[in-house]
Design a protein around this ligand. Structure first.
Ligand SMILES: NC(=O)c1ccc[n+]([C@@H]2O[C@H](COP(=O)([O-])OP(=O)(O)OC[C@H]3O[C@@H](n4cnc5c(N)ncnc54)[C@H](OP(=O)(O)O)[C@@H]3O)[C@@H](O)[C@H]2O)c1
Length: 218
């Protein structure tokens, strides 16, 4: 049975990944700060994990015993939006932990638990592209650009073990983060990303891709 570990699966894109893989018969371990009725209804194993808590993150990989085929670092935050003052600075630091440092630390520590041929996917964002820059969202952009760099470094470590590490943009998705006016549903985004993940090979490791498989400039 194929095995998935995914962070931030209580709602949004993470919940949809867990739902679709579980429906296909995968053995899913889902993490959440707090589970939700929707996640509980899937009947998958749920592990508590707060990505802003460095001790929680460091202790987590020891709880994962079965070799995994796929790790999806999905959990993320878009707060703060603003960049001025001490409060925003503190929230920005926390965001860097949640969006970049914790995903990398988990990926690195879980690498020995990935099977040969396994895949590690970071759910990044087009807003993390420096080459395709627009305005606003400065804290979020910096956190996803940092995630992209960390994941590219992880890909170098993962390659000798036969593990593929790729950063994916899910598109603009109707979730609490994306808002009701977003372009696509979680079902569409996750369906496209799953088809892409299935096609990825070790030759793709270290790439930053849209859900249709096209390259995003770093
Ligand atoms: N929606 C979009 O348009 C879009 C576009 C580009 C990229 N993304 C990325 O896609 C991923 C999923 O986002 P989404 O759209 O599904 O947003 P969402 O509905 O807001 O879900 C975010 C998920 O991350 C979790 N999370 C936040 N802070 C956490 C923490 N400290 N510890 C553990 N989990 C935490 C949330 O859990 P709680 O319920 O505990 O907060 C929730 O499960 C994120 O990485 C996001 O940056 C989304």
């Amino acid at each position: 049975m194929a095995t998935l570990l995914i962070t931030g699966a209580n709602r949004g894109i993470g919940l949809e990944f867990a739902r679709q893989y579980a429906a296909d018969g995968w053995d899913v371990v889902a993490t959440a700060r707090q589970s939700s009725p929707e996640l509980d209804a899937l009947g998958v194993r749920v592990e508590p994990l707060d990505l802003s808590d460095a001790d929680d993150v460091a202790a987590f990989p020891a709880k994962i015993d079965v070799p995994r085929d796929l790790f999806i670092a999905n959990a993320g935050t878009s707060r703060p939006m603003n960049t001025g003052g001490a409060e925003d600075a503190r929230d920005w630091q926390k965001m860097m932990m949640v969006n970049a440092i914790a995903p990398f630390q988990l990926g690195q520590a879980l690498l020995p638990k990935l099977v040969d041929g396994g895949k590690m996917i970071a759910i990044s964002s087009g807003l993390g592209s420096i080459g395709d820059i627009g305005g606003g969202w400065i804290p979020y952009r910096t956190s996803k650009a940092a995630l992209n760099m960390a994941w590219r470094c992880l890909a170098l470590e993962a390659k000798p073990r036969g593990v593929t590490a790729v950063a994916l943009s899910p598109g603009w998705v109707k979730t609490r983060m994306g808002g009701a006016g977003a372009e696509i549903t979680p079902e569409q985004s996750v369906g496209d990303m799953r088809r892409l993940i299935e096609r990825l090979t070790i030759a793709d490791s270290g790439r930053f891709l849209r859900r249709d498989g096209s390259e995003i400039p770093w």
